[in-house]
Each structure stands twice: as structure tokens, then as C-alpha cells.
Ligand binder design. Structure first.
Ligand SMILES: Cc1cc2nc3c(=O)[nH]c(=O)nc-3n(C[C@H](O)[C@H](O)[C@H](O)COP(=O)(O)OP(=O)(O)OC[C@H]3O[C@@H](n4cnc5c(N)ncnc54)[C@H](O)[C@@H]3O)c2cc1C
Length: 367
């Protein structure tokens, strides 16, 4: 059994103790009193809280380092949150303390880079313990890119409070969100299809220099994935295509529907397995009809025959912000499709990097 402990100076412990115990119980750590100590138990271990006159002693016990840290971070996070006004200094001693590797981060090594079309590259990564990415409910990951001249990769770590600490200065990481095109945990493989949009952001720059042996971090998975339905409408550009291809390859044979995909020209069309009842329509930016439209994907969605109703229909959208916004409004306001049957993401925004989008906030990234 491993153990870590701390004694925190806490002048107003008497005021905060009931809320701390309540919060532990509310987070699936039921508490029982044992003489002057409160014992909170969870599946990974236990926390013993002993209040003093102006202090709180905490001891964590668990069978392994990762479990010890899971309980330690949970308890530190809850105590810190409940007593935020007290600005407590919590310093741990004992087993497995100090910065720890985030449990939702994996290091991936480039195994191969393949050209699928003139602008689309498939990067096949190798990695260990990839089972967490093998879910249809969440198909996105945030990739972390090392600085171009980094000699030794540095990764984010969790501090004693379970808060993420990012490498700074020259070791600062770039990061962007991508779709997991395919994952094979048994073979330790994960595919990402990257679109080289020609810009100069950290994602596109990393792609252009990627060679076997390069490493990236992968956080997640995150965000809502596709939902089960008999009929499907999939709408996207090159950045949505990896999600569309994955959804169709995983779809049951009797699924019916349509995929509307916009790409630069004929050479960017891709072939992949899909149910017989699903049709794919390629819109080419070079075509005059598409060229003139402000939001060409939305124009194509509007032009569909919506009079047949949308019973058992699920719609998935991944594309540029302006199309995303127009499609989402059309679906919600004009077709009255319930929000629960739409998963729509703005994958990028014309003229703006991800940092620019975050700076303006709002619903610019996803919905
Ligand atoms: C949920 C989700 C899933 C995604 N999945 C994928 C995926 O599987 N494959 C993939 O390639 N991308 C995917 N993206 C899109 C990708 O994250 C963005 O394209 C991102 O901006 C790329 O980062 P960057 O560093 O290359 O460019 P940034 O630094 O973000 O942007 C630099 C410049 O490039 C422009 N730019 C960015 N993307 C494009 C584009 N597609 N076309 C034209 N100009 C662009 C920006 O407007 C900006 O002017 C996904 C995004 C999200 C949110």
C-alpha cells in the first residue's frame, strides 16, 4: 500500500469542513467518521482527513502510484475548490508525489507518412496503451507539437494539485485538434489524415516536416461523436472528410443517407468503404456554381429535399466556420431538427489561427 500526506495550514477549517465532506461524498467518495478522522473511500483508494484547530491533515492510501495520484488530485482539487477563498498551500510528501504524467496524454511516434491526394497526408502513428481512443462516442484528439528545434521533447505534467503545467519558453508546444481516422489499439496504431491547407500554423508546419521517428502528444479523446441513426447526413470539407470517412466505414450495412463533401478539385476526391445506401456528392471549389456561393456547403444542404421529413435522421457537420454557422442555423431554425440529432463543429475559420479564434471567444470553435 502506497501513501502520501500533507498538513495544510487552514485557520477556518471548522467553517469549511462540512462543505469539504459533502463535496467528497457528492463526487462518489462516501465519507465515514472514525474517531477524529474522516475516511473518504473511492474505487482507487482512500483519503483520511483529520481536522486540527487551524489545520487539516490529509493522508491518501492506494495500491499503486497512478491510483494514489488519482485520489490525491481528486481530494486536492475538491478541497482547493471548496476553500478557494482561503488560498491554501498544499504540499505533499510520501510516495509518488511531484509532477506526474497526465493520464489522458499519449506519446505517438510517426511510423509512416502517406500521400492520399495532392493535399491530404495520412500519418500513421505508433503508440502504447491507445485503447482510450478506441471509441465511436469521441473521435477527436488534441495533438501537441514540439518546437521545431527542440532537442529533448518536454510534455505537460500534472502538479501536486492535479493542475496541468505546460512547458514554457523555448519548449512551448503548439497544439491543434484532429480527427482520429482509425485506431488499432491491439497493433498500437493510430491514423490521422492531415489536410495541408498551405497556411503557416503549427499543425500545417509540423505536417510538412513530419518524418518517421517524430513524436507528438495526443490528448483526449474529446467532443461528441456520431450518434446511432438509420438515416445520416454528413457534411464537410477536407478537414471534415476524415470524420465522414470514419463514420461511414464504421456504419452498419443498412444505413442510408448522403455525404456532401467540398474539396478543391477532382484530384482531392477519396475512395473509402461505405454502406450501399449512402451516396457521396463531391462539390468542387473550381465549379462555377460553388465558386460564387458565400457558404457553398450550406447552399447544398438547403437544396436537399427536406419535405421527406427528418425522422430517424442524424446530421454531422465539420467544416469552415461560416458554413458551419449557416448550416447549424438552417437545421435548427428552418428544418426544426432537434439539437440532439445534430453534431456540428467549426473546424477552422478563414483568416484566423486557432489562437485568434480563442482570443475572440464565443461559439467560434465548436457547438
Ligand atoms: C473537431 C475538429 C476536428 C478536426 N479534424 C481535422 C482532421 O482530421 N484533419 C485536418 O487536417 N484538420 C482537422 N481539423 C482542422 C484543423 O484543426 C485546423 O485546420 C487547424 O486550423 C489547423 O491548424 P494549423 O496550425 O495548420 O493552422 P492555424 O494556425 O490554425 O491557422 C493558420 C491559417 O491557416 C488557415 N487554415 C486553417 N485550416 C485551414 C483549412 N482547412 N483550409 C484553409 N485554410 C485553413 C487559418 O484560417 C489561418 O489563416 C479539425 C478541427 C476540429 C475543431
Amino acid at each position: 500500500m502506497l501513501s502520501a500526506r500533507t498538513t495544510v495550514a487552514f485557520p477556518r477549517i471548522a467553517t469549511f469542513l462540512p462543505a469539504i465532506l459533502e463535496s467528497l461524498a457528492a463526487h462518489d467518495m462516501p465519507v465515514t467518521a472514525r474517531e477524529d478522522t474522516f475516511v473518504a473511500v473511492c474505487p482507487f483508494g482512500e483519503a483520511l482527513l483529520t481536522p486540527g484547530r487551524e489545520s487539516l491533515a490529509i493522508q491518501i492510501r492506494a495500491a499503486s502510484g497512478p491510483e494514489l495520484n488519482r485520489v490525491r488530485h481528486a481530494v486536492t482539487g475538491l478541497v482547493g475548490f471548496v476553500a478557494k477563498s482561503e488560498a491554501l498551500r498544499i504540499v505533499w510528501a510520501g510516495d509518488a508525489v511531484g509532477p506526474t504524467f497526465p493520464p489522458d496524454l499519449r506519446i505517438l511516434t510517426v511510423r509512416d507518412v502517406q500521400a492520399i491526394t495532392p493535399r491530404m497526408r495520412r500519418v500513421i502513428f505508433e503508440g502504447q496503451d491507445l485503447a482510450r481512443f478506441d471509441t465511436r462516442a469521441q473521435i477527436h484528439t488534441r495533438l501537441l507539437f514540439q518546437p521545431e528545434d527542440a532537442v529533448t521533447p518536454e510534455w505537460p505534467m500534472l502538479d501536486d494539485a492535479g493542475l496541468i503545467v505546460w512547458p514554457g519558453g523555448v519548449q512551448r508546444l503548439g497544439s491543434r485538434v484532429y480527427t482520429i481516422r482509425r485506431v488499432e489499439p491491439a497493433n498500437g496504431l493510430l491514423w490521422i489524415d492531415f489536410f495541408d491547407h498551405g497556411g503557416n500554423g503549427p499543425g500545417a508546419r509540423w505536417l510538412r516536416r513530419a518524418v518517421p521517428g517524430d513524436v507528438v502528444g495526443a490528448l483526449g479523446p474529446a467532443a461528441h461523436g456520431p450518434k446511432p441513426a438509420r438515416r445520416i447526413l454528413l457534411v464537410g470539407d477536407e478537414t471534415g472528410l476524415p470524420g465522414i470517412a470514419r463514420i461511414l466505414e464504421d456504419a452498419p450495412d443498412d444505413m442510408e443517407g448522403l455525404a456532401l463533401v467540398i474539396v478543391a478539385d477532382e484530384s482531392e476526391r477519396q475512395l473509402f468503404r461505405m454502406p450501399k445506401g449512402v451516396e457521396i456528392q463531391w462539390l468542387l471549389r473550381t465549379s462555377p456554381a460553388v465558386n460564387g456561393a458565400q457558404t457553398p456547403l450550406c447552399a447544398a444542404v438547403r437544396a436537399l429535399d427536406w419535405s421527406i421529413g427528418h425522422e430517424d435522421l442524424f446530421v454531422w457537420v465539420g467544416c469552415e466556420f461560416h458554413d458551419f454557422r449557416a448550416i447549424r442555423h438552417f437545421l435548427r431554425d428552418e428544418t426544426k431538427l432537434p439539437a440532439s440529432r445534430i453534431v456540428a463543429f467549426s473546424h477552422w475559420r478563414r483568416g484566423m489561427s486557432e489562437e485568434d479564434i480563442i482570443a475572440i471567444g464565443g461559439d467560434a470553435v465548436a457547438a
